[in-house]
Write a protein that binds this ligand. Structure first.
Ligand SMILES: [Zn+2]
Length: 202
């Protein structure tokens, strides 16, 4: 999917309809900043808004995703290509988010080390030590919670015993052991505990 082409296409169709960014935004009940972001290829319209946007611009969702008008004879061929492209786009976005969750996790580890170092080897009074420990606990918790939350939103875990792909239970997930992209989880299908691999697609 070519975001730059899509952005230019949105701008072109909007101008053909004699609409300013703010007028289009108003019709869609969103901010004109969002329109500007689409047109500058910084983001894509949400799925919830795509149909309404296409109706306003007098184009099909297919044409929107391709970034140009399609003749009737090419329509179905292009529809299939667009579906594949869309799936690739989603997979890439998922990879980005997973990497983000690892960054949070690594940040939390670094924070742990720095704090442990200060508490063990620094010459600080008891009050400072208590403040440090509390701050340390909060920062670590936020990092771990955020990264777990992102991970839970994306993809599945695959059971090492039976191959079942599933989304783990949220509470259990937060407290499970983790090494890299593997987690020690109990499979809901075969009920066996094993190191489960993170997979992005089912
Ligand atoms: Zn299993």
């Amino acid at each position: 999917m070519d975001q730059i082409k899509i952005g230019k296409f949105i701008a072109k169709c909007r101008k053909e309809k004699n609409l300013t960014q703010s007028q289009l935004a108003e019709k869609l009940n969103i901010t004109d900043r969002a329109i500007s972001k689409w047109e500058n290829a910084k983001s894509m319209p949400d799925s919830s808004i795509m149909i309404e946007l296409c109706e306003l611009l007098d184009i099909t969702v297919n044409e929107l995703l391709l970034g140009e008008r399609i003749g009737k004879e090419k329509y179905f061929e292009q529809a299939e290509n667009n579906l594949i492209e869309l799936q690739k786009y989603i997979e890439n976005q998922n990879k980005l988010q997973i990497n983000l969750s690892y960054i949070f996790r690594i940040t939390s580890l670094i924070v742990d080390f720095v704090f442990a170092f200060i508490i063990l080897f620094g010459t600080i009074d008891t009050l400072s030590e208590i403040i440090l420990i509390i701050t340390f606990a909060i920062v670590s918790f936020i990092c771990l919670f955020t990264s777990s939350h992102i991970e839970l939103l994306i993809g599945y875990y695959q059971c090492n015993k039976c191959g079942n792909k599933y989304i783990p239970n949220k509470d259990f997930f937060s407290f499970s052991m983790q090494i890299g992209s593997k987690r020690y989880l109990k499979c809901p299908k075969c009920h066996k505990k094993s190191w489960n691999n993170k997979v992005l697609t089912k």
